[in-house]
Design a protein around this ligand. Sequence first.
Ligand code: FDA
Length: 376
Amino acid sequence: MEYDYLIVGSGLFGATYACQATRQGKKCLVIDKRPHLGGNVYCENVEGINVHKYGAHIFHTNNKEVWDFVNSIVPFNRYTNSPVANYHGKLYNLPFNMNTFYQMWGVTTPEQAVAKIEEQKAEAVTKMKAEGVSEPRNLEEQGLCLVGKDIFEKLIKEYTEKQWGRKCRDLPAFIIKRLPVRLVFDNNYFNDAYQGIPIGGYNKLIEGLLEGVECKTNTDFFKSEYHDWCKYAKQLVYTGPIDEYFDFCYGKLDWRTVSFKTRVEDTPNYQGNAVVNYTSHEQPYTRVIEHKHFEMFGQAVYDCPKTVVSEEYSTEYKEEMDQYYPVNDNKNNLLAEKYRALAENEDGVLFGGRLAEYKYYDMAPIIEKVMGLVIE
Ligand code: FDA
């Protein structure tokens, strides 16, 4: 037998596993059906800019061990995610903080901001009570009770409707449990201690993780000789979709997806920020990503004469599309449980990552998970 591990999928789960196993003297083969390595963190170089082909990826974590590990593979830059919202041409800082409240109402102190929010929350509750309603019945009522009319209507309502393809009044209240507001002038989206982008892009991270590991792209597990994996390896690490592994025996799991329209703009600086959310129905897309701002700062933005922007659209999932987010409704959760039960009885196979676990993971938790596995 040639390999200790056959690893299906070269995304962060597969690549980190291969790295750890190789460091322990194991021989691995990584296969991926795509024409490139890296899974969803893969970037395409366009006009000297790393374009996040499968959606914007910002690494963030509170786990120092994970941060030190990824930085030992490739140093990370100081990118700080501070998205801006555009509502009918007016700009607001996100997440909701003192800058947002100043832009919204002209208030300058936390006390004034709290008073304004509380006044609007009370208005929403009074209106509901007048209608004989004690608990929010849908996402719209929930949002209004949590943050009041202005923030909800300008920054949440239509954006959420674009994301879900349904009216907030027709969406369940539980989708939004909390809407944190910050009473400080702080536009840093994440609360984590560490965040950034690998210097030189995510492909450098993947190349570093897979250094010295044999890899084959354009190789689909189900359509290649490796389907008969026992002939090649002692163990299988499978990071593809769990339902496909079991030949969809219980039926197909649903996904939500996003699609992107990417173009080159003949200007060095198109929107002045990596992420701009469009929070009204005026634009059909939810966000515009300007990729260079993830990695270029100050003069470097202007030293690169062009820019690449991607409009992001929430899209109904159809077969053959990229699977992005699991659908956490009852039907799909039950189906996923049935597949997980089958996976537990599959000898010599480790199911890991977002597709095989049918679970949304950020990048850092994926790495943390692999770091915690015992590789024998
Ligand atoms: P991933 O999908 O990356 O890898 C699986 C690999 O398996 C793929 O390369 C696929 O081709 C391969 N494969 C599947 N079936 C196969 C088969 N039959 N044969 C061979 N190969 C097969 N996280 C974060 O921390 N910050 C962020 O900003 C974002 N942003 C973000 C945006 C969007 C739109 C999404 C959907 C997700 C994020 N994420 C994120 C999450 C991040 O993408 C996620 O944590 C990692 O991609 C998970 O890595 P995996 O290895 O599990 O899957």
